[in-house]
Design a protein around this ligand. Sequence first.
Ligand code: ATP
Ligand code: MG
Length: 315
Amino acid sequence: MQLALLLFLLVGTCRADYFFGDLKDWFDKITAPNEYCNREWITLDGKGYGKGLEADLGRYLFGQHIASDVILNAMTGFMNNDNPKKSLVLSFHGRAGTGKSLASQLIVKNIFKKGMDSRFVHFFDSIINFPHASLVETYKSQLQNWIRGNVTNCAHSMFIFDEMDKMHPGIIDGIKPFMDYHYKLDGVSYQKAIFLFLSNGGGEIIRESTLVSWKAGKKREELKLEDLETALSSLGFVYYGESIVVDFFIPFLPLERQHIVQCIMVEMVAMGLQPDHNKACEISDKIVNYIPDDERRISVPGCKRIAGRLWHFMQ
Ligand SMILES: Nc1ncnc2c1ncn2[C@@H]1O[C@H](COP(=O)(O)OP(=O)(O)OP(=O)(O)O)[C@@H](O)[C@H]1O
Ligand SMILES: [Mg+2]
């Protein structure tokens, strides 16, 4: 009997953490508030909208003056409009590691209290979610139902499509009506929804234009949306077809050494280290490779490989 009691106490002590951990999870689940489609959880109007996004873009998104300006203006205009005629559609273009995903996360963070965990934010990756060309019709109707159901549930839903350049045109055709100038489709209004498309398409055009402008002696900040938009929208024509549903084609410029230094400093902080500018400058030359070969001006992977490689270069 005593032995049984001892065993019970021993096992109980060992499992207490486990047991109370479970209990806490369960308690959290029943007490955690649900997320609703209302202003407690979502920024629903423009009053004061923009300040947080402006600060976040200025603070976290390096070297993207065009993208930052256009995103801020497009988002502020849309959020301030009580009766938008159509959903907002932004198409982000640029080479890998230039901040497209980061920018989309900053947009989300400034609308949804739960950020990317919000149940009103829907993320798709063409390669992962729609891999088989033979299943296009199935994907198309599933996606249409998903968008219809979710917008019916919450008009302010957001849909993010990554790897857009790899998306089958049949699927794009299927979702275009939701982004067009329709008052309602089957009784559902899509005018308050936001669609973000992310792709590497156009990255080469943007890179060439940046280099040409630099060789002509211009400052990076002198590059304007208009210098790149025509080229990008003709590319958009290839993706989205005749119906021009996209409100802005937004270029993400290739990142230069100064931005790599900034990204290294961010990673140093993330790793719990003291940010050291001199060390970051020193590492910036080795941690990523640069093109063109003679000038070594543009980082090939952007800021992408820094997090994984920094520790090695700090030794
Ligand atoms: N312009 C930038 N300013 C600050 N950090 C950046 C920038 N670009 C990239 N980063 C950082 O580099 C990493 C990769 O960036 P991100 O995922 O946004 O790139 P991407 O443009 O979406 O690339 P891909 O086309 O491969 O998806 C992230 O940690 C991000 O914070
Ligand atoms: Mg990305």
